[in-house]
Design a protein around this ligand. Structure first.
Ligand SMILES: O=C(O)CCC(=O)C(=O)O
Ligand SMILES: [Fe+2]
Length: 321
């Protein structure tokens, strides 16, 4: 059931000439301007590295809770460290660790978890480079200049999140209003999403409330548009709701669902950036009010950790005019 989400090979973007790159960029753009999600294959990050990071995530989450709490995330502005199950709302069932580009004070050191920081740092660099190439695709198609997004992400600090959804009874998340993660849109520019083989991720590809599975496809990474990019492109690319529920019964039979791991990489612009919708002609009407990227991020992060209700972290996008 991956029909709704195109699978795009990134190889010719990474190794081809300008015409090849433009072709790939157009495929990427076409998917983002409709379903808002793509599966990228041949993306240049070796599967072995991805597997290694999943194993590392498991090692971290296997630590006793009392030890994990030594790394507890406490400040929305910093947004780095560990969050226990329930921190983002009692109806979500997950624990997370956030890793950042510049400051990782709440990260296990060499004596506590050997190689954890170095391996995450390396993987982080690879994700950032891939994400910047994906953004370059959009800049090329929209004619903004190849480096448009480089200029607004120079000292930005994207967020790599390790997620562990603990094993739990299927009926708990099939209860009304519960999920492994509630329906939401991401709020930055775009997200890379690596998932393990368990399944349960669903997206709303046609934006009509009908969720369809986005199952794991070996060797690919999912990429999705987040809200700031929808605003920035004046609605041209779509930030699509997604959630994690129980994998369907034909994929997994059993009362107790196995643990699931995933690794999203959320890309954000420099905090001083004004996200003022880009219009491509003087006749085009701006659909969104400008927002300051830094304030937007802190507001959304604070809301996620403290004020989250049954609606998850979905944000209503205001329109003007
Ligand atoms: O675990 C997943 O597959 C999705 C995670 C997600 O959507 C998020 O953290 O924003
Ligand atoms: Fe998400």
């Amino acid at each position: 059931m991956t029909d709704a989400i195109p699978i795009v090979s990134f190889e010719r973007f990474l190794t081809g000439n300008r015409a090849d790159q433009q072709r790939v960029a157009q495929q990427v753009y076409n998917a983002f301007s409709t379903v808002g999600f793509i599966y990228l294959k041949d993306h240049g990050i070796p599967q072995q590295r991805v597997d290694e990071i999943f194993a590392l995530a498991k090692t971290f989450f296997d630590l006793p809770l009392s030890e994990k709490l030594n790394y507890k995330l406490s400040e929305a502005r910093v947004n780095q460290g560990y969050t226990p199950d329930g921190a983002e709302g009692i109806n979500d069932h997950k624990e997370c660790y956030e890793h950042r580009r510049f400051t990782n004070t709440l990260c296990p050191d060499e004596t506590h978890l050997p190689d954890f920081k170095t391996k995450l740092d390396t993987f982080y660099g690879q994700c950032l480079s891939l994400a910047m190439d994906v953004l370059k695709c959009l800049a090329m198609v929209l004619g903004l200049g190849d480096d448009f997004f480089t200029h607004v992400t120079k000292h930005a600090d994207p967020q790599m999140r390790l997620i562990h959804y603990p094993p739990l009874k299927r009926r708990v998340i099939e209860e009304q209003g519960h999920a492994r993660i509630m329906p939401h849109t991401d709020f930055g520019l775009c997200t890379l999403l690596f998932q393990d083989g368990i399944g349960g991720l669903e997206i709303d590809p046609y934006h009509d409330g009908k969720f369809v599975p986005a199952p794991p496809v070996p060797g690919t990474v999912l990429v999705n548009i987040a809200e700031l990019l929808t605003r920035y492109t004046n609605g041209r690319v779509k930030s699509t709701k997604h959630r994690v529920v129980a994998p369907s019964l034909d994929k997994y039979v059993g009362d107790v669902l196995p643990a699931r791991f995933s690794i999203p990489f959320f890309v954000h612009p420099d905090p001083e950036t004004m996200i003022d919708p880009i219009v491509l002609s003087s006749a085009e009407q701006r659909l969104y009010e400008p927002v300051n990227a830094g304030e937007w991020r802190i507001w959304n992060t604070t809301k996620d950790y403290h004020l989250n209700g049954a609606e998850g972290k979905g944000v209503e996008v205001e329109t003007v005019g």
